[in-house]
Design a protein around this ligand. Sequence first.
Ligand code: NAP
Ligand code: ZN
Length: 335
Amino acid sequence: MKIQAYAAHGPSMPLEPFEYEPQPPELPPVQVEIAISHCGICHSDLHLLANDWGFTQYPLVPGHEIVGTVTRLGSAVKSFREGQRVGVGWEAGSCGECFYCLRGDENLCSNWRGTCTHGYGGYASAIRVDGRFVFSIPESLDSERAAPLLCGGTTVYSPLAQVVRPAMHVGVVGLGGLGHLAVQYAHAFGCEVTAFSTSPDKEAEARRLGAHHFINTREAGAVEKAASTFDFIISTVSADLNWGDYLNAVRPKGKLCIVGAPPSDVRLPTFPLILGNRSVFGSPIGSPSTIREMLEFSARNGILPMTERFPMARVNEAVDRLRSNQARYRIVLVN
Ligand code: NAP
Ligand code: ZN
């Protein structure tokens, strides 16, 4: 079987049609073969395309917000059937034996395998993935709007579900693919929600998605004014920020969670951390069990991304649109 895909052959090169034969040719017993119908474009795909993280292997077929249908099952996979609608996110494998895998934190396994970092990803006609990292898509979620939940949705759902309680005041920094979902989850959890954005034209949408307040971070002093306001702030921004302002915006005992990947290391002032007993932590995607929970929660509460659809063949145009922060709010490639 040959898979038709789009690949980049070097840093910041355009994606070009690319064909490959999956290896090994026989479907391994633990894998599921999926015909891809939809694949979201996450900003992590842009980081990989540009080799921002220094580990991109070319040719790179990006794509890790995949929805499609099962075409074949390895002999050991019992949990799916042919024709079933399924999804795949960032993680495609883990050792299955370490402390973290055994307790259900497979996303913390040091031998994790990425869908598009350790193999060819979802900007393609098909993919083969270890069945432990394949998820059934709830019937009420349409495929285009389910795809971005597999990475973007789970990445913000996971820390929010671990930390926030109703009535907390939650700040969401950056209203992109991840951020516009974080606003919806925080609202659904019963929180008071503030959106921090560089794009004032997103205010009406942010409020419609569940934000009670909107802070235009381009206004001088806007973030400083919010000092000691928030129980929890999640940053989804892929750029360097003045982190001290965001740490100060967190109340004593509050938490700042960083899921966006800025180019520079995060520098923080020490005394607001110590005196306010504040904490800062990061969070990688979500475990398989968190992904299943997130899909169920999203389906039950009608939490869906706003999407723009592009045919797979127009992938370069779609990538440029995300790169220039024009996407509202997640672009999904469709086969
Ligand atoms: P995205 O759709 O491009 O959204 C990022 C948002 O950040 C933009 O929409 C923009 O929102 C804001 N922003 C962009 N440039 C900015 C700047 N210079 N200063 C301040 N704000 C800026 O990206 P995404 O797909 O949501 O991903 C966001 C980040 O999360 C990426 O770095 C990605 O790699 C990372 N990520 C991490 C994980 C994880 O497991 N931790 C998983 C997925 C993605 P406004 O217009 O509202 O300002
Ligand atoms: Zn992603």
